[in-house]
Design a protein around this ligand. Sequence first.
Ligand code: THU
Length: 161
Amino acid sequence: MKKTQLITTVLEYNSIEELDSVNQELINKAKEATQSSYSPYSNFSVGAAVLLENGEIIQGSNQENSAYPSGLCAERVAMFYANSKYPNVPVKSIAIACYNNGQFLERPIPPCGSCRQVLLETEERYHTPIQVFLYGQKQIFEIENIKQLLPLYFEKNMLDE
Ligand code: THU
């Protein structure tokens, strides 16, 4: 028997001012995107902003549906739109913010498992690490790539084994 530990490193900031201006702008775009959320069932507004290598920022928000599973998270709305609008442009980073009960959450909200899998596909597709910023009013997390968020991930070359 062999025991292996899979370690995830998270950088933590207490204020957005600790980040550089590019990352501050991306987080502000994610915060802005929460305002376009369609979430009448959960009242939980999530915004995502994706920065592409060409400098473009694509925003997305969660879109809910009366048939609940038909809705989609903000991260996947933003990432699928980025990939469909710019299929040849790698993604550099993504920021995520949540707004609930009239304010941004104090603590960061990490992406759900399905979103992590979709983000991983994009990371693999362009062979470029995607940096993640999870915004909270009192705490911001930075993660260096999606693999850190999804240990023991499933990927396309496993289909050939
Ligand atoms: N949601 C996201 O948009 N992103 C996440 O990573 C977690 C959850 C949305 C889905 C649903 O519209 C609402 O938040 C409550 O789960």
